[in-house]
Write a protein that binds this ligand. Sequence first.
Ligand code: GRF
Length: 188
Amino acid sequence: KRLGILISGRGSNMAALIDAAAAPDCPWQVVLVASNNPDAAGLARAAAAGVPTVAFSHKGTAREAFDVRLTQALRAHGAEWVALAGYMRLLSPAFVADWAGRLVNIHPSLLPRHKGLDTHARALAAGDREAGASVHHVTELLDDGPVIAQARVPILPGDTPETLAARVLTVENRLYPKALAKAMTDAE
Ligand code: GRF
């Protein structure tokens, strides 16, 4: 499947999806990395891996119009699936409808707990004993939609949002390729 990836920043999950595509039995090839942030570090990482990139700032553009540009860029590169990888912007209902069933996201919590931002601080404040990551199908609601797969990590004494985020990120980077392969297989 031809995969487009949307990012806003560092791009470690994007890199995990690009790296996984090198395996001969991987069901996707990454055809485009698109960012709403022209300064996203992930753009250079994608380009270094030989993946086409586009970046347009969302500033001054209505959400719907911006998302139409995204879909046009994705279609121009033949994308069939879209993976959100640290894409820090809500998508319009029209975008979600256009890609329904072929649009996935990774979120750094054990959904349905801790949707939205600051998940690690909230997991600590809640006294949770474990944290983790979830890959899920995207619906119009933030961090909602059916979960495809999750990975768990312990919360340890002395954890800060930063130490917990780092522990979760290592499992995110392993989980995303596995979960995306499952989603694509299940969709067949
Ligand atoms: C990840 O923790 C992801 O789950 C969250 O934002 C972070 C992005 O990291 N939504 P990266 O850009 O993939 O390295």
